[in-house]
Design a binder for this molecule. Structure first.
Ligand SMILES: *[C@@H]1O[C@H](CO)[C@@H](O)[C@H](O)[C@H]1NC(C)=O
Ligand SMILES: *[C@@H]1O[C@H](CO)[C@@H](O)[C@H](O)[C@H]1NC(C)=O
Ligand SMILES: *[C@@H]1O[C@H](CO)[C@@H](O)[C@H](O)[C@H]1NC(C)=O
Ligand SMILES: *[C@@H]1O[C@H](CO)[C@@H](O)[C@H](O)[C@H]1NC(C)=O
Ligand SMILES: *[C@@H]1O[C@H](CO)[C@@H](O)[C@H](O)[C@H]1NC(C)=O
Ligand SMILES: *[C@@H]1O[C@H](CO)[C@@H](O)[C@H](O)[C@H]1NC(C)=O
Ligand SMILES: *[C@@H]1O[C@H](CO)[C@@H](O)[C@H](O)[C@H]1NC(C)=O
Ligand SMILES: *[C@@H]1O[C@H](CO)[C@@H](O)[C@H](O)[C@H]1NC(C)=O
Ligand SMILES: *[C@@H]1O[C@H](CO)[C@@H](O)[C@H](O)[C@H]1NC(C)=O
Ligand SMILES: *[C@@H]1O[C@H](CO)[C@@H](O)[C@H](O)[C@H]1NC(C)=O
Ligand SMILES: *[C@@H]1O[C@H](CO)[C@@H](O)[C@H](O)[C@H]1NC(C)=O
Ligand SMILES: *[C@@H]1O[C@H](CO)[C@@H](O)[C@H](O)[C@H]1NC(C)=O
Length: 851
């Protein structure tokens, strides 16, 4: 820009507002005014130099235009006579002109010195005058003073708005504000920076607690305020509960019984919380910690911690569930159950009562011959208390010890229970029993002793009610009377898990079968007869066999008539003294069992004995001249000889012979032998069936005897033979024979007396019966002697010495026989019947020498 070199114009130009903006003008042409423009900063109360060219001009004028005004006022001028400082300069601080220059120095710069200084300088140069115009713009800056912090609230509640203000006295803009935050233990941090003196914290939290200072700075300096504390009030937060020992489960915290448990509560709060503990809603403790010594299961429940901020009067609560674990009492209990149709085993173990449930697991120990395998058992299952073995495993586990181990976290020791499995010994056992009244038949099957128990079921014949459900250990099939099928097999099957194959036992039910040896039995009357009834097949065991007699009445054990002998499998009925009219007929024996009944008939025929054969007494000869004994011989008449007793079960024709004797009793007194009459026939001897000869002793030599023989058959006697009188032998030896005869007679008499005494004392004995027969014998007509005469009478004859005169009949041949030899014979002397007129009395002294 070209300015005319005229001072007023210049001044004018200088005063125009635009000129302040004008840049220093370069002198492009000589004679042109040169403009120079400089910005100078000064600080209040400090010194500043305002330059006006580098060389001293010949003339210069300093003007001053206060900011905001447009009037230029002269401050200093020098038209060659030295500088002249105007009054105005006094308001601009201690202003001085630096010597040898046109520059101004201002000390103690006041704020009022700020403004535009213009220096118009003229230089006389060889090229002509030079005019320069210097614009010096002075800005006076004020340093910032020490700031201070103002808080809208020194204890704000968390969440509220807090305004921080940085108070500042003076200072030149622009001013930078910085906010520093300091917390104990943390480095100082600058949290804000800007041109605002205010810091607005819209949502203070606990992290904002701490000291705040503001730092202000401008182009001159930097100042820090003192710290101001902000204490944020908050809480309590939701408390945190720490449980020691720590054990968290799905049910909350847990503790083991008898432990000491520490509960610690912490809730963030400013000021710090006040704590209260509650158990199941009732207060138990104050303070942050709660100690339970030896906790018990009854201490299970809800524990709540309440935190209280007394300043804010706010609370917060936290509750925990604390469960006290305790072990179950006692020991686990084991069982082994059959499963899968008794083909396998299920092991079950339980140990109730603990909290939480204890852990249980099974082990197995195979036992060999009563000796335990050393070491721990084989583990079957770690996880489950109930397990089902595979059938193969079950089968191999005979005599195995299964142990269930129980452990619980609240207990140190492990508890056990165990079970040993066995197959039942032996085989299943079947049997049938009937109810007493045989209404029902029960088929019982049992197989005991197995662990676990075996399963038993019945398989009957088709349509017999088999196939009903199985039962353990024993199974009873109940059949109604009559529904049992005779001859059919009922099978009981038994299954045990330790056995691969079922076992079985079977019953065959059978109605009783009765048999007898002979269905027609004959007996000779008077004899006893035994009827036999034998039980053959029968199952279950039949009732006792019952006999019914020929009148269809049940036979009881009537002592005189019937004798009943019974065993399980037979019953013999003895009919005593069979009587043709009373006892003949059909007898029945019967029995029954639950399956059925049976009876059979036995016909009893009572027979009469056959007539014994006729006998001939063909020889009767005295053995000596003394006529003391007679040899007798007889024989059967033709055709009957071969018969004897014991012939192959057939009724014998005869069983023996009766030899009878009689003698002639003298009638006249005259000593001569007159015609007398014979005595009654007296039995002399009864012989066996095979005997055909007999020697009759004890005869009086002078008497006349007659003998006869009759064949006997049990109770029947035959026709007697023709009587015979003995004849004399062909030679004689009288005296010797008589002597011998007397001796023999004595001994025979003694023997006879002994027998008779025996009979007297045992009047009712069987021997007597045998000898003398029954009262009602059917054969009485032939052998019919009164019983009691025997008592008085005594034998006066006998056989040869040493041989009893009477040979006893066999038991089966009871013959009544009576000896009624003369009453008049004295007992201890023997008077031989020698006739009336010549009685011979002989006294005999008994000697025990025999012969
Ligand atoms: C700054 O201000 C204070 C008062 O606020 C005053 O006393 C002081 O003189 C001033 N300083 C300056 C250099 O203006
Ligand atoms: C000061 O603050 C205002 C408003 O926030 C802004 O416009 C300006 O640029 C700031 N000046 C400086 C120097 O930071
Ligand atoms: C406080 O500071 C911590 C760590 O510096 C932080 O985890 C937490 O969230 C802060 N709290 C709030 C309310 O901001
Ligand atoms: C506390 O509460 C728990 C759970 O409701 C309960 O089992 C327990 O018996 C209670 N205890 C007392 C002492 O009431
Ligand atoms: C505590 O137990 C009760 C019932 O037993 C349940 O409702 C509640 O949620 C449990 N509390 C905790 C913290 O587990
Ligand atoms: C058990 O036995 C019955 C009859 O014997 C049979 O029908 C059934 O299928 C069996 N069950 C198993 C699981 O073997
Ligand atoms: C174990 O067996 C017992 C008895 O049979 C039964 O009550 C229980 O529920 C079973 N437990 C499991 C887990 O199978
Ligand atoms: C099972 O063991 C018992 C006892 O040791 C034995 O008597 C029985 O015979 C065994 N059974 C089988 C099927 O081996
Ligand atoms: C567990 O055993 C230890 C030592 O063996 C003993 O001191 C403690 O009392 C036992 N605890 C229980 C709950 O029995
Ligand atoms: C057979 O005995 C059973 C009980 O033992 C009884 O219930 C039943 O009525 C009896 N039957 C007869 C026919 O007496
Ligand atoms: C019953 O009779 C049978 C057959 O006759 C016979 O074998 C058995 O010995 C008799 N029993 C008695 C005790 O007489
Ligand atoms: C046996 O003797 C009697 C009489 O003495 C006679 O009547 C009978 O005919 C004789 N019997 C035989 C078979 O000779």
């Amino acid at each position: 820009m070209v300015v005319p070199l005229i001072v007023p114009t210049l001044l004018y130009l200088l005063l125009s507002p635009d000129s302040t903006d004008a840049e220093a003008v370069k002198i492009l042409n000589p004679g042109e005014v040169v403009y120079d423009d400089v910005q100078v900063y000064g600080v209040v109360n400090m010194a500043v130099i305002l330059e006006c060219g580098t060389t001293l001009p010949d003339i210069y004028i300093w003007g001053f235009t206060k900011l905001g005004t447009d009037t230029i006022k002269a401050v200093v001028y020098n038209f060659g006579q030295g500088p002249r400082i105007q009054e105005l300069a006094a308001t601009l601080g201690s202003l001085a002109v630096i010597s040898h220059s046109a520059s101004l120095s201002i000390d103690q710069l006041p704020r009022a010195a700020e403004g535009l200084y213009t220096c118009q300088a003229f230089y006389e140069t060889s090229d002509g005058p030079e005019f320069r115009y210097y614009y010096v713009r002075l800005t006076v800056r004020v340093p910032v003073s020490k700031p201070y912090v103002l808080l809208s609230d020194a204890s704000p509640v968390e969440g509220s708005v807090v305004v921080l203000r940085c108070g500042l006295g003076n200072g030149t803009s622009p001013i930078l504000y910085e906010w520093e935050h300091e917390r104990p233990g943390s480095p100082v941090t600058t949290i804000a920076r800007g041109n605002s003196s205010m810091l607005i914290m819209s949502n203070v939290n606990r992290n904002h607690t701490g000291w705040y200072r503001c730092v202000v700075s401008n182009a001159v300096n930097l100042e820090r305020s003192d710290r101001a504390l902000m204490d944020v009030v908050f809480g309590p937060d939701i408390p945190q509960i720490d449980v020691t020992p720590y054990s968290l489960t799905e049910r909350g915290y847990s503790a083991l019984e008898r432990e000491t448990v520490l509960l610690l509560c912490q809730a963030q709060s400013n000021p710090p919380s006040v704590y209260t503990w509650y158990y199941n809603n009732s207060q138990v403790n104050g303070g942050p910690s709660f100690i339970i010594n030896k906790i018990l299961r009854s201490h299970t429940g809800k524990y709540a911690c309440l935190a209280h901020n007394t300043q804010l009067d706010t609370i917060s609560i936290k509750a925990i569930n604390l469960t006290v674990f305790y072990p179950p009492d006692g020991s686990p209990s084991c069982s082994v159950e059959p499963v899968l149709n008794h083909s396998s085993l299920s092991l079950q173990c339980s140990w109730p009562g603990g909290l939480p449930a204890p852990s249980l697991h099974w082990t197995q120990e195979l036992l060999g011959l009563g000796q335990e395998v050393a070491g721990p058992g084989q583990e079957i299952d770690q996880l489950s208390n109930n397990i089902t073995l595979l059938p193969e495993v079950a089968r191999a586990s005979n005599n195995t010890l299964f142990t269930c181990q129980g452990s619980h976290r609240a207990s140190n020791h492990t508890a056990y229970c165990s079970m040993r499995t066995y197959s039942p010994p032996a085989e299943p056992v079947c049997f049938a029993i009937a109810t007493r009244n045989t209404t029902y038949l029960m088929l019982s099957c049992s197989w005991n002793g197995g662990v676990p128990r075996a399963l038993l079921w019945w398989d009957g014949p088709v349509g017999s009610g088999g196939g009903q459900p199985g039962e353990e250990n024993s199974n009873i099939l109940v059949l109604r009377h009559g529904s049992a099928q005779s001859g059919q097999a009922y099978t009981c099957r038994a299954q045990h898990p330790l056995m691969a194959q079922p076992k079985s036992c079977r019953l065959t039910l059978e109605a009783p079968v009765l048999v007898t040896q002979r269905s027609v039995v004959s007996v000779y009357e008077g004899d006893d007869v035994q009827l036999t009834c034998i039980l053959r097949a029968n199952y279950p065991p039949a009732n006792q066999i019952t006999w019914f007699n020929n009148h269809r009445k049940e036979v009881l054990d009537v002592p005189r008539k019937y004798q009943l002998q019974r065993a399980a499998a037979w019953a013999n009925l003895t009919v005593r003294e069979a009587d043709e009219t009373q006892d003949s007929g059909q007898y029945w024996c019967s029995t029954s069992n639950a399956v059925g009944g049976a009876e059979i008939a036995v016909t009893l025929l009572v027979l009469r004995y056959p007539m014994p054969p006729n006998v001939t007494l063909h020889r009767a000869i005295y053995s000596s001249r003394q006529r003391g004994e007679v040899d007798l011989e007889w024989r059967l008449e033709a055709g009957a000889e071969t018969n004897g007793d014991g012939g192959g079960g057939q009724t014998p024709a005869f069983t023996g012979f009766l030899l009878e004797i009689r003698w002639l009793t003298a009638k006249s007194m005259g000593g001569k032998k007159d015609e007398g009459s014979f005595s009654e026939w007296r039995a002399s001897v009864v012989t066996e069936a095979e005997v055909r000869r007999h020697t009759q002793g004890s005869l009086a030599p002078t008497d006349t005897y007659q003998f006869r023989v009759t064949a006997l058959n049990h109770r029947t006697a035959g026709h007697p033979s023709a009587e015979r009188t003995p004849a004399d032998p062909p030679f004689s030896a009288y005296p010797a024979v008589i002597g011998a005869a007397i001796g023999g007679m004595i001994i025979a008499a003694i023997a006879t007396i002994l027998i008779l005494l025996f009979l007297l004392r045992n009047r009712n004995s069987r021997l007597r019966d045998m000898l003398f027969g029954m009262q009602h014998s059917q054969s009485r007509e032939n052998i019919n002697f009164p019983d009691d005469e025997v008592v008085e009478g005594s034998d006066d004859f006998g056989s040869s010495p040493g041989i009893p005169a009477i040979s006893l009949p066999r038991a089966a041949s009871p013959i009544r026989m009576t000896s009624t030899l003369d009453q008049d014979l004295p007992t201890n002397s023997h008077a031989l019947p020698t006739g009336d007129d010549e009685p011979v009395n002989v006294t005999i002294t008994v000697k025990a020498t025999g012969s």
